[in-house]
Design a protein around this ligand. Structure first.
Ligand code: ADP
Length: 783
């Protein structure tokens, strides 16, 4: 018997060596995993090798074969377990699991060796030691059995848990494969370690089978469908069992009824039995087929029928949204999948050699998911160049896609789909038809992918038409909006144009009036002088009028100069610590007479207690005065002007506290369309020739520069000015409110004031002309 064991051991070793060489040569991919496989096979060779040594070899009186076999088996389990963990564990905790597993096996090995040394007569490995262990417990035996139970449970539990949590059916299938291989390996360990010769021989064969399985699992990224294989085996076994039962019944009937094949009656009876058995066999076989199909929760899908029905439904869709709805719902129903999507490629939006993917699922625009796929990605090549479908499992696990970058992999993982087929139109990839997991959690096999590819092909033409329609609708919409913008721009241009024309009228009107006065008075003085009638009283009166006219001209010219300074960012601001209250007081003071004359009420609130601001006092006074003068001019007699100031705290660390001043009146108001234009130079809402010429009179004339200067000065302080009004009405007087926001301390990055310097020409600037500098960026804090 021992010689038979040795022969079997030799044969198993030789087979193992072949498997080892095969794994060594073919295992080029994940070397680390392959190394653990090689180690497992090596331990198996050593285990079988022990049986080539005589069974009675003993050291210090104790037999060594039993313990040696067990120590080898522990090593074998350690290597095999590591291989399984490395193959199906989550990469996040892979290292930790492998370390714990190896540590546990190491401890087991050590304790087993110590127990062997401590036991006087260890029975490990002796015939029927396992049975005897229950009657006469022995430390070494107990450690061996206990270790085997614990490691076996851990390995099974781990494999099963990975099977349970796997998202892709292919991954679950792989976990199931390792659970089965682990079961076979543990069984072989038990059989080899049993000590009984016959069982040991069986164990060796089982070990070889387990190792062949492990090599297959380790070297191929996709293992066969276990569930399907089990069902097919059951079906075959069922057929054999039925056939056997039928033949048995037929023979039994023929022999027990003593039928004589020599007579015609006998022959007829035998024929009748055969017919009966055959008639019974056919439905029974179909019953088994049906049961297997039900167990596989799969009713036959006829690809040509699916393709025809899908094509019919999809060709009815006209718009893109409609196509998405029809294509996905039909695909879900026909291919029996949980979800599906149409991934449209946006070729017009290429970013750094990537195409934009727009995932469209029924449910509207809010469900759209987007991402970018590199055109160098192997998945893109597969879909666009090879025009072949691909499964999510291949993307994640196939060695062909190992080079794919993590971002692209993550993009596909996020889609939660299981298979993708290209939709090609005019030789370009325009979209991808994606199908989710199957209802029966089956993996995608080549025939499923081929069916998906056929459906994708049928979507191509319809999708192209739908996209054309969609593009046209978009184009239409954008043309409409462009038209609207053009209209608005035209209106704005017209208004600006009239501002320009106004300038000529204003300049001539505003400058001519005082000029005419000057001329008139000079003529009068001249005439009176000629006649020698010029007395002192007349001279004083005439000189006074001359002064007024000159002052008006001066005012106008200085306003024009201020505006030109603002235009070239050259307003020179000198900042000092200034109380806002003083600014407003100084702005109002010269206007008190006019306010009284016009019977207006002016109130100011909230100015006390405000913090000082960094300001150029005369300029800020000028700005506020311009605004208040407007309030006086555009408010009818008896109206109100209210000034309210408040402190606006900074909302975050990057901002500073600000003082907000609101100046509201009960005047004629400003038309909404002019709310921004009032700050443009020379803008006025009235025909200048109709103006009354008094400076503070109701609707008094002005050159249209006051607010331009106010805005320039306030923005030069790092502040902001805007106006709100319900509209312009000369009967109801809706009123106007100006808002001025000024920072308490000018932020460091605020606008800087610029000295007046001519702008460098583009040739001075060199070849890289800078864009014109915004005023906002330049006027600001002063040193
Ligand atoms: P002007 O020298 O004409 O006052 P501004 O630049 O100060 O020039 O103002 C421009 C235009 O803004 C004014 O002509 C007027 O139409 C309008 N406007 C300014 N302030 C007010 C206000 N408080 N109420 C109504 N309209 C105003």
């Amino acid at each position: 018997m021992d010689s038979i064991l040795s022969v079997i051991a030799l044969a198993v070793i030789a087979a193992h060596v072949l498997v080892w060489i095969f794994a060594f040569v073919r295992g080029s991919g994940d070397r680390d995993r392959v190394n653990w496989l090689l180690a497992t096979i090596f331990c198996s060779i050593l285990t079988c090798g022990v049986y080539l040594v005589a069974s009675d070899v003993a050291i210090t009186g104790k037999p060594v074969r039993g313990i040696s076999v067990f120590l080898m088996l522990v090593g074998l389990l350690a290597c095999f377990g590591t291989l399984v963990i490395r193959d199906i564990s989550n990469p996040d905790n892979r290292q930790r699991l492998v370390r714990s597993w190896l540590l546990a096996c190491g401890v087991w090995l050590l304790v087993l060796a110590l127990a062997y040394l401590a036991t006087p007569e260890p029975m490990l490995g002796q015939p029927e030691w396992l049975l005897r262990l229950f009657r006469q417990p022995d430390l070494t035996g107990l450690v061996a059995v206990l270790g085997l139970v614990i490691t076996g449970v851990c390995l099974f539990g781990f494999g099963y848990s990975r099977f349970y949590v796997a998202e892709l059916p292919e991954v679950a299938n792989r976990a199931l494969f390792w659970v089965l291989t682990s079961a076979l390996l543990i069984l072989s360990v038990v059989l080899i370690g049993s000590g009984t010769r016959f069982l040991t021989m069986l164990g060796m064969v089982a070990l070889l089978t387990a190792n062949v399985g492990a090599s297959y699992g380790c070297l191929s990224y996709r293992v066969f469908d276990i569930r399907m294989a089990v069902l097919l085996s059951l079906r075959t076994l069922g057929f054999i069992a039925i056939a056997a039962a039928m033949i048995f019944t037929a023979l039994y009937l023929a022999l027990t009824t003593n039928l004589n094949p020599g007579t015609s009656e006998g022959l007829i009876a035998i024929g009748a039995i055969a017919l009966l058995i055959a008639a019974l066999y056919v439905p029974l076989r179909q019953l088994i087929d049906l049961t297997v199909r039900l167990l596989n929760s799969q009713s036959a899908v006829d690809p040509s029928q699916v393709a025809r029905e899908y094509s019919e439904k999809v060709s009815e869709a006209v718009e893109l949204e409609e196509l998405v709805l029809v294509a996905t719902t039909t695909l879900n129903r026909l291919m029996k999948v949980r979800r599906s999507a149409l991934i449209v490629l946006n070729s017009t939006f290429k970013v750094k050699d990537s195409v934009e993917l727009l995932v469209m699922q029924p449910g509207g625009a809010q469900d759209k998911l987007t991402g970018f796929l590199s055109v160098y990605s192997p998945v893109y090549t597969r879909l666009a160049a090879e025009r072949q479908p691909i499964s999510q499992f291949e993307i994640e696990f196939s060695p062909d896609y190992r080079s794919m970058n993590a971002e692209d992999k993550l993009l596909f993982r996020r889609l939660q789909m299981s298979a993708y087929a290209p939709i090609i139109s005019g030789n370009t990839l325009i979209a991808v038809l994606a199908a989710g997991p199957m209802l029966n959690d089956k993996a995608y096999y080549p025939r499923d992918l081929a069916l998906l590819a056929t459906l994708a092909q049928q979507t191509g033409v319809v999708l192209r038409n739908a996209r054309l329609l969609d593009d046209m609708q978009h184009l239409n919409k954008s043309m409409q909006s462009l038209n609207r913008n053009l209209k608005a721009a035209n209106e704005q241009l017209n208004r600006l144009d009239s501002v320009k024309t106004d300038f000529v009228t204003i300049a001539s009107h505003e400058l001519r009036t005082p000029l005419a006065q000057l001329r008139g008075y000079t003529d009068i003085i001249d005439a009176l002088n000629d006649q020698g009638m010029l007395d002192q009283e007349q001279t004083t009166g005439l000189v006074g009028n001359l002064r007024k006219a000159t002052e008006r001209m001066e005012e106008l010219i200085s306003a024009m100069l201020d505006v030109s300074q603002i235009d070239v960012n050259a307003m020179d601001l000198r900042f000092t610590d200034t109380p806002p209250e003083s600014v407003l007081r100084m702005a109002i003071e010269p206007l008190t007479d006019a306010i009284k004359q016009r019977k207006l009420t002016l109130s100011a609130r909230g100015l006390r207690g405000l913090p000082n601001i960094q300001a150029d006092l005369p300029r800020l006074v000028q700005a506020f005065r311009n605004i208040i003068v407007n309030a006086i001019k555009f408010t009818p007699d008896g109206g109100r002007i209210d000034i309210v100031a408040s402190l606006q705290g900074a909302s975050n660390g990057n901002e500073v506290d600000q003082v907000l001043v609101e100046i509201s009146d009960t005047g004629v108001g400003i038309d909404r369309k002019n709310l921004e234009l009032v700050f443009k130079k020379f803008f006025r809402t009235y025909d200048p020739s109709l103006h009354s010429t008094g400076t503070y009179k109701f609707l008094g004339a002005g050159p249209g520069l006051g607010l331009t200067i106010a805005k320039g000065v306030i923005e030069g302080h790092g502040g902001r000015i805007w106006v709100e009004s319900p509209g312009h009405n000369m009967d109801t007087f809706p009123g106007t409110t100006f808002f001025i926001l000024l920072p308490v301390s000018t932020p460091e990055n605020a606008k800087r004031s610029m000295t007046f310097e001519p702008e460098p020409t583009s040739s001075e600037r060199g070849t890289d002309p800078k864009p014109p500098i915004e005023r906002d960026q330049l006027i600001g804090t002063r040193q």
